[in-house]
Ligand binder design. Structure first.
Ligand SMILES: *Cc1c(COP(=O)(O)O)cnc(C)c1O
Length: 372
């Protein structure tokens, strides 16, 4: 049998594992931060309509620059994120993972480095590796907030080309203060003052779930600061694969150098446009999920768990002597959560009230067993 390592793959990929959240068939799946609500029937009907119309033109390539979609995304950000942006500020791709990949292909690459503050979203390191960008693991405080002094020191020492700031952070749920972003941004520009500066990427995949306003206004006057967003979480459209960024128009021009021609299919663009017509309904689910997220924090604490403050649609909880064993025990009770290797901690996605009740019941039993 031929193994991967028998093939002439790139050295930096040898012995590595692919991204792999288990997709197991269990009653309560709270492991990948998806929105638990199916799309409403009125939106499903509208998607069918727009996709049917688009289907007539599938003999042609899609709008390469996705102008209508980017215009609607810009309107959405302007309306909800506290800062006016236009079509020239916005770029879209197949999930924010592709947006991040395009950014790394443009601003990272061989001989260059990116830094993130861990524990954080594992794909930042994985996409860096995939694009030949060196990865630097920066520090966090014990409460999972960013240690500003240590982070700035790491930036000054390593002079990274790309800085990732995830707010709210995954898997901890921790939001980042605007002042922290600015301190890291300024340190990164100082460290690379002799080059053309550094690109700072705010990954705001969970922005809509936060107690705080978006960090979007910070892009004003900062052409090296990029905000990344997705329709996978708040819009309940993980299956759609639609991510986007907002930045100075020069960044949008720069990523065109690496994007594949016609990367965003006509069907994707039509579906995303239909979803954006139903923003208000979808954001209604976000409010319900935020309330459930806050309930999970309260009830887990009442059960005696250590819980990290969360601004996302998930909650980090523990502290278990053996997180892997706790993960397994919850799975045996029909509840799938996520073990991301943060010592003693697990992550649960806020589901429907019934799913969250089932999860809390399972944790209650588990806590009884371990204290007995
Ligand atoms: C889920 C998630 C994304 C979203 O990725 P998509 O490719 O848009 O589905 C991006 N960043 C973080 C931190 C995430 O947790």
């Amino acid at each position: 049998m031929t193994r991967i390592d028998d093939l002439p793959i790139r050295d930096e990929l040898r012995g590595k594992s692919p991204y792999g959240a288990p997709q197991l068939d269990v009653p309560v799946r709270l492991n990948t931060n998806e929105n638990p609500y199916e799309l409403p029937e009125t939106l499903v009907a509208r998607i069918s309509e727009r996709v049917a119309e688009a289907a007539r033109h599938l003999n042609r390539y899609p709008d390469r620059d996705a102008i209508e979609l980017r215009t609607e995304l810009a309107k959405y950000l302007t309306r909800t994120a506290g800062h006016e942006v236009g079509v020239a500020n916005v770029w879209a791709a197949n999930g924010s993972n592709e947006v991040l990949q395009q950014l790394l292909q443009t601003f990272g690459g061989p001989g260059r480095t990116a830094i993130g503050f861990e524990p954080s979203y594992s794909m930042h390191a994985l996409i860096s590796r995939g694009t030949g960008t060196g990865w630097i693991s920066g520090p966090r405080n014990a409460d999972y907030t960013i240690d500003v002094d240590a982070a700035c020191a790491a930036i000054t020492e390593h002079r990274p080309d790309v800085v990732f700031i995830t707010s709210p952070n995954n898997p901890t749920g921790t939001a980042v203060e605007a002042e922290t972003v600015l301190a890291l941004h300024d340190a990164a520009q100082r460290a690379r003052a002799k080059a053309a500066g550094a690109l700072v990427v705010i990954d705001e995949a969970y922005g809509e779930f936060s107690h705080r306003p978006s960090l979007l206004p910070l892009i004003e006057g900062r052409p090296r600061l990029v905000l990344s967003r997705t329709m996978s979480k708040a819009f309940g459209a993980a299956g759609l694969r639609l991510g986007y960024l907002a930045a100075d128009p020069a960044v949008v021009d720069a990523v065109q150098l690496v994007r594949l021609p016609y990367h965003l299919s006509t069907v994707t663009q039509a579906t995303a446009l239909a979803a954006l017509e139903h923003t208000d309904t979808l954001l209604g689910y976000v409010e319900a999920l935020k309330a459930e997220r806050d309930r999970l924090v309260r009830e887990l604490r009442a059960l005696g768990c250590e819980v990290t403050e969360s601004d996302a649609n998930f909650v980090q909880f523990g502290r278990f002597e053996d997180a892997q064993a706790a993960w397994q025990a919850l799975l045996e009770r029909g509840v799938l959560v996520r073990d991301l290797g943060v010592p003693g901690m697990l992550r649960v996605t806020a589901g429907t009230p019934a799913e969250n009740d089932a999860f809390l019941d399972a944790v209650r039993e588990l806590m009884k067993e371990t204290s007995a």
